[in-house]
Design a protein around this ligand. Structure first.
Ligand SMILES: Nc1ncnc2c1ncn2[C@@H]1O[C@H](COP(=O)(O)OP(=O)(O)OP(=O)(O)O)[C@@H](O)[C@H]1O
Length: 265
């Protein structure tokens, strides 16, 4: 359910590392209840953008507002409304899963009866109930990712940022996460995900933004992107590869594979 109310507002957002701009003058609005997918090839500027959006990296120029609060000028108010799960979450290895969730609840000053039921449900959804009293250091990569997602959701953020959320998850956990994200958006949460898995963006996201060399080069729903690219029966993969220029490389890949097979005469 996408509501006509802006949850995330990026204005002229720019990040330069030395002389090189990794993110260049991005303007973007994401609405309440929207599930937004941010795609782009390696090095395009996705992580740099998401880090600026979550207050971890200071923009060189421009601003990020979460429900009207600037993440740099009014960080406490803005950060109370968001949760961020990076692709390699930084967890406390000497805490158990439950300790971690209690810790998050204490940071956000949640009432016990407010979060225990929610945390119990989240642990169940992600198949972590039986391991919740074990130390996080004993968790697999996927389990660490899942407890980080539980921690992000336990305080019911207005806006959730996820960097490559399904990488490392088994198919059942990935499906449960996708269903959960859709449900949370339908209830009014705004979700911003980066992904390299185009199928996920295609099936799950209300709108997709494609970033290349720090600029957004395509933006819209799947239908709108197909219309913009002039063909209704193309997949997001076709559109993505064409827009990001990878189609040209296909010829090179074929040449190299011919050389390797020894049949280039
Ligand atoms: N700390 C840094 N110092 C200098 N350059 C950086 C730094 N961090 C990122 N960059 C550069 O900024 C550009 C964007 O990087 P970023 O990590 O945002 O890309 P990405 O889209 O997340 O890529 P990937 O899909 O590979 O994770 C790249 O050219 C990268 O080399």
């Amino acid at each position: 359910m996408v509501l006509n109310e802006t949850s995330i507002n990026l204005t002229n957002l720019t990040k330069a590392y030395g002389k090189q701009e990794a993110v260049h003058q991005i303007d973007l609005q994401v609405n309440k209840g929207e599930l937004f997918g941010f795609l782009g090839p390696n090095g395009a500027g996705k992580t740099t953008t998401i880090k600026m959006m979550t207050g971890l990296l200071e923009p060189t120029k421009g601003s990020v507002a979460i429900k009207g609060s600037d993440i740099w000028k009014d960080p406490i108010k803005a950060k109370k409304m968001i949760a961020y799960v990076p692709d390699q979450p930084n967890l406390y290895p000497k805490l158990s899963g439950w300790d971690y969730l209690h810790f998050i609840a204490s940071v956000f000053k949640l009432e016990k009866d407010e979060y225990i039921q929610k945390a119990t449900e989240l642990l169940h959804i992600f198949n972590l109930t039986d391991r919740a009293n074990d130390l996080i250091e004993s968790y697999s990569h996927g389990m660490k990712q899942k407890i980080a997602i539980c921690g992000a959701l336990v305080h019911n953020p207005d806006v959730l940022f996820l960097d490559e959320p399904t990488v490392g998850l088994d198919p059942k956990s990935a499906r449960n996460l996708k269903n959960l994200l859709r449900e949370l958006c339908d209830q009014g949460m705004t979700v911003f995900i980066t992904t390299h898995i185009l199928e996920i963006a295609e099936q799950l996201c209300d709108r997709i933004g494609i970033i290349l060399d720090g600029s957004i080069i395509a933006l819209g729903s799947m239908e709108e992107l197909k219309e913009q690219e002039g063909s209704a029966d193309r997949s997001l993969e076709d559109i993505f590869l064409e827009l990001t220029g990878d189609v040209d490389q296909q010829a090179l890949i074929s040449e190299i594979s011919k050389i390797e097979q020894g049949d280039l005469k």
